[in-house]
Design a protein around this ligand. Structure first.
Ligand SMILES: NC(=O)c1ccc[n+]([C@@H]2O[C@H](COP(=O)([O-])OP(=O)(O)OC[C@H]3O[C@@H](n4cnc5c(N)ncnc54)[C@H](O)[C@@H]3O)[C@@H](O)[C@H]2O)c1
Length: 488
């Protein structure tokens, strides 16, 4: 029996041992799915804390319930290790390591290379190696194949090599690893069939394509499509503002068209580990072929400008109430890059915080999923969302529309609200009409404000000519005998 046939039998009988390299947002759901389907699995990670947590049956990824990890750890189907010497015990190895950008904006494939070094050391006939990390077209054939063949084994004969992009959507309660179709491209027909056969054991639908390059480009097409369309709708928000129109309302109306339009919502910018980064992998690859990816560049430029647009919007809103950004207390609601998750990687909130601070604003935030922001966020801690916090903040800015936030309280107590997600006053299914913003003046991402209860203030907090220092707003309020609680 040849090596492929032996492996196919192991996969079909569920006796193949599956190793997953990198136990993060992608790797933990993968290893849990295979162990949950009865495969004996071993997770590999360089981070000892991650390995210990998995070994204890805990989950560090929001989408993977701890009870699911605990169940497979208890049944002996899932174990984790930092000992890469054990990779040779695996029949299939799935690589889920990070693929960030380097300092110059070029692909950083060092984690893949590191993983490959370990796999190569233990590579034996009959192993299947699958790369899931997002990367540029050509990686599997140009990088993985020569690296792995260095030991003398041939891909497609002695060992098998495929690319299958991960499509996990963190926080999505409907589409998970197992019910999202999986694209698989193998180096040879047997590589493709073995990889597809493996995923068919845990995934409802497997889509085989003719090569790893097609699978690699598929992932980049999907994410570039999103990045470009978000860039388009973000530019539409800027255009709408110049026209004095609420873009949110226009998007809602356009989305009623049953064909030829797909709803993308504008916001404070792109975030997460995928959309701001993945298209740059394609742009880099095309630069090596003397081709400029114009849509990618333009979308990246528009999306990268959005945090600045948001800060300008906050400054305009405060200005309308005769308050300067300098010295104002600005509360951000949500700092994660999307609703329902605690991931702040590449989150536009980080840029918004930095830009606000540069202009002298005192920034605080509330995010039910992010208790603390690391140094790039200024070492801030999430504040409990209280009536006092809202009332004492000069402006409240919705950056991430987490459904877990008490927006009724926000509408009741906040004074100036800038809603970059345009969802705050809309009832589900409602179009055209908006909920009353209560005591607040609400600024959507573009267009005129709604609600006018906040009065314009006569004095402006500014420099004390005597002391040469900024006068805090509270002091201005006291000097002019205005209750700070009544003011934005
Ligand atoms: N997060 C997503 O939503 C998502 C979706 C689709 C695709 N992807 C892609 O999947 C890949 C992994 O992303 P992620 O979000 O899971 O990253 P992550 O940072 O959440 O997890 C990566 C894990 O790999 C470990 N690691 C790093 N180098 C390693 C090595 N050499 N050997 C073993 N482990 C190593 C890290 O310690 C970490 O635990 C990336 O290419 C990403 O673009 C991510």
């Amino acid at each position: 029996m040849n090596h492929g046939e032996t492996l196919r039998k192991k996969i079909e009988s569920g006796t193949a041992r599956v190793g997953v390299l990198g136990l993060g947002y992608v790797g933990l759901p993968v290893v849990t799915a295979f162990s949950g389907a009865g495969f004996r699995t071993l997770g590999f990670d360089i981070d000892e804390r991650v390995v210990h947590r998995v070994k204890r049956g805990e989950s560090h990824i929001g989408d993977v319930p701890a009870r699911a990890v605990a169940a497979v750890v208890e049944s002996g189907l899932l174990d984790a290790t930092t000992d890469f010497g054990r990779l040779g015990e695996m029949d299939a190895v799935i690589i889920c390591v990070p693929t960030p950008l380097g300092k110059t904006g070029d692909p950083d494939v060092s984690h893949i290379l590191d993983a490959l070094g370990h796999i190569r050391d233990g590579l034996r006939p009959g192993q299947l190696i699958v790369l899931e990390s997002t990367t540029y077209p050509g990686t599997t054939r140009e990088l993985l194949q020569p690296e792995l063949e260095q030991g003398g084994l041939t891909a497609g004969k002695e060992f098998f090599l495929a690319f299958s992009p991960e499509r996990v959507d963190p926080g999505n309660p409907v589409y998970t690893f197992t019910n999202t179709a999986k694209v698989v491209g193998g180096l040879t027909a047997s590589c493709r069939e073995l990889a597809a056969g493996l995923y068919e054991r845990v995934i409802d639908e497997v889509v085989s394509v003719s090569s790893p390059e097609v699978a690699e480009l598929t992932k980049l097409l999907e994410n570039t499509f999103r990045a470009v369309n978000i860039g388009l709708v973000n530019e539409m928000a800027v255009i709408a503002d110049r026209l004095g129109i609420d873009i949110g309302e226009a998007v809602e109306a356009a989305a009623t068209k049953p064909y030829g339009f797909m709803r993308f919502t504008p916001g404070p910018g792109l975030g997460g580990h995928c959309l701001p980064i993945d298209p740059q992998y394609l742009a880099w690859k095309m630069r090596t072929l003397q081709y400029r990816t114009r849509f990618i560049e333009l979308a990246a430029e528009v999306n990268a400008e959005m945090p600045r647009y948001v800060v300008d919007r906050v400054a305009q809103a405060l200005n309308r109430h005769r308050l300067p950004l300098n010295g104002s207390r600005v509360l951000l609601l949500g700092v994660a890059y999307k609703p329902g998750v605690g991931d702040v990687r590449e989150s536009p909130a980080l840029d918004v915080i930095e830009l606000l601070r540069r202009q002298g604003a005192e920034v605080s935030y509330h995010d039910p999923f992010v208790p603390r922001l690391a140094p790039e966020g200024g070492d801030l801690e999430s504040q409990p969302l209280t009536a006092e916090l809202l009332a004492s903040s000069h402006a409240t800015v919705v950056i991430t529309d987490h459904p877990q936030v008490d927006y009724d309280l926000v509408l009741e107590k906040a004074r100036i609200i800038v809603d970059t997600r345009n969802g705050l006053t809309r009832q589900p299914g409602e179009r055209g009409e908006h909920r009353d913003p209560g005591g607040a003046t609400l600024y959507p991402l573009s267009g005129p404000p709604r609600g006018t209860s906040a009065p314009d203030l006569e004095p402006v907090a500014g420099m004390d000519p005597g002391r040469g220092e900024a006068i805090p707003f509270d002091e201005v309020a006291r000097r002019y005998r205005v209750s700070a609680g009544d003011q934005p």
